[in-house]
Write a protein that binds this ligand. Structure first.
Ligand SMILES: *[C@@H]1O[C@H](CO)[C@@H](O)[C@H](O)[C@H]1NC(C)=O
Ligand SMILES: *[C@@H]1O[C@H](CO)[C@@H](O)[C@H](O)[C@H]1NC(C)=O
Ligand SMILES: *[C@@H]1O[C@H](CO)[C@@H](O)[C@H](O)[C@H]1NC(C)=O
Ligand SMILES: *[C@@H]1O[C@H](CO)[C@@H](O)[C@H](O)[C@H]1NC(C)=O
Ligand SMILES: *[C@@H]1O[C@H](CO)[C@@H](O)[C@H](O)[C@H]1NC(C)=O
Ligand SMILES: *[C@@H]1O[C@H](CO)[C@@H](O)[C@H](O)[C@H]1NC(C)=O
Length: 383
């Protein structure tokens, strides 16, 4: 049977038809709210003295994406809308927190750089960590590399306040767009006392995960972010966060202070496969890589030729090489690294290649030597 044939099927028509019309919510909701700019220049468009204060640093991504086609979930323009447009869809956020939105950039996550991540770290440190009036922060981000940025911030911002990463899998124009609910949930988690001391968090699809353990597992669907071995930290029901455990931090985590760092050296990832050739390794080094991560087969495996080349670059060129795994889960233990230059090579522990790349880059920025780098990665083997 065709419902609403030949009628304008707007929300009001549907509500009238189902007889459950609720009052239309007008933005802004709070009648007595007023604008406020704090001492760091964060602008709150609605301010209620008794609510927690949260800043949103918006970077773009699918959550800010648009398409003329409501069914498009793969071909659309990322980072098309500003954060204030996204907030317009969720007036409920202003009943949960005073929200100061900052447009840091507006790009697809493939264009997020370590320069931006350093800037976000410095901004979070001064405007959130160092201000006792601020409860937490939300970072909107494209989902493709969200886990990398979340891992970076988890490593570099550690003041106990929740830094919550959020994105969406469907652009804002899609039928059943997931962005508005995800963003509201992220603001709610950032404002929640119970979110403290858990490291950076990732909120999508009603789940709260640790930035240290979460990974994108599916290229297209909304149920994509998973912490496969370790599990989620909690979930959100009717916009109420539920944490399964008291606050805890991963044993494998290392915190790095980047206040004195303004550039991250280039680190490249090379993927292992049958017939893998060594010339790509030399090309990476020639083009300026100061460190290499191998997405090894199994527990760090590469071809014999490639291993000889690794020995050459670690011994003769002093370029550190981290062996990680191309499998979604698992670890590369130190014992998996053998051969005549084994003592110069680094096992990734439980860190995947993209996490290993970020950690290695940060350690190289700190000018750590290979033994110190090994020590940090050995900690990453302590799940
Ligand atoms: C301010 O927030 C408090 C706490 O949530 C709430 O009770 C109050 O109604 C809010 N005031 C306004 C004007 O919205
Ligand atoms: C609005 O806020 C002012 C100042 O905080 C307060 O005195 C007043 O009672 C509030 N009015 C309403 C309707 O909540
Ligand atoms: C929010 O910020 C205002 C002013 O900066 C402050 O007075 C208020 O206490 C803060 N709210 C919380 C819950 O910390
Ligand atoms: C980071 O901040 C510096 C200094 O303000 C600026 O020059 C640079 O463009 C910023 N980088 C990005 C990617 O926003
Ligand atoms: C925090 O808020 C109080 C007022 O509630 C204000 O006096 C103080 O200056 C604020 N602190 C900062 C760092 O803005
Ligand atoms: C290091 O360089 C020397 C001289 O080019 C070469 O003989 C040696 O095999 C290289 N070491 C490794 C581990 O490949």
């Amino acid at each position: 049977m065709v419902l609403f044939k030949n009628t304008a099927v707007g929300a009001s028509a549907l509500l009238a038809a189902t007889g459950s019309a609720t009052p239309v919510v007008h933005y802004p909701r709070a009648a007595n709210s007023s604008a406020f700019t704090n001492s760091n220049g964060l602008k709150f468009t609605h301010f209620n003295q008794s609510l927690p204060n949260v800043t949103i640093l918006a970077t773009g991504g699918t959550i800010a994406g648009t398409s003329p086609d409501k069914t498009a979930t793969a071909d659309y323009e990322s980072g098309a809308l500003g954060i204030n447009k996204l907030l317009n869809a969720i007036p409920e956020a202003f009943e949960i927190a005073n929200v100061a939105a900052v447009q840091a950039t507006n790009v697809g996550s493939g264009d997020v750089s370590s320069s931006l991540l350093l800037n976000l770290t410095h901004t979070l440190q001064t405007t959130v960590c160092d201000d006792p009036n601020m409860s937490g922060a939300v970072i909107t981000h494209g989902t493709d590399t969200l886990e990398e940025s979340a891992f970076f911030i988890d490593t570099t911002v550690n003041c106990g306040k929740p830094i919550v990463f959020v994105g969406s899998m469907r652009p804002s124009t899609a039928l059943s767009a997931d962005g508005p609910m995800n963003l509201l949930q992220a603001v709610t988690v950032a404002a929640d006392e119970d979110s403290k001391d858990r490291g950076a968090l990732v909120v999508l699809n009603d789940r709260i995960a640790s930035a240290f353990f979460v990974t994108k597992t599916q290229a297209n669907t909304v149920d994509t972010f998973k912490a496969m071995e370790m599990g989620n930290l909690g979930m959100i029901v009717s916009n109420e966060p539920y944490f399964f455990y008291p606050p805890v931090q991963p044993r494998a985590k290392t915190e790095i202070d980047v206040s004195g760092i303004d550039k991250i050296p280039r680190v490249d990832i090379l993927y292992a496969y049958e017939d893998m050739q060594a010339d790509l390794l030399y090309a990476a080094v020639e083009h300026g890589a100061k460190g290499i991560v191998i997405a090894g087969a199994g527990a760090g495996g590469v071809s014999s030729d490639f291993d000889t080349a690794i020995n050459d670059i670690v011994k003769n060129k002093s370029i550190p090489v981290v062996k990680s795994h191309r499998t979604v889960n698992g670890e590369v233990p130190t014992s998996a690294i053998t051969g005549d230059a084994a003592e110069y090579q680094i096992a990734s522990g439980f860190l995947n290649p993209q996490q290993s790349r970020i950690l290695l880059g940060l350690l190289l920025a700190e000018e750590k030597g290979v033994k110190e780098i090994q020590g940090v990665f050995e900690k990453a083997a302590a799940a």
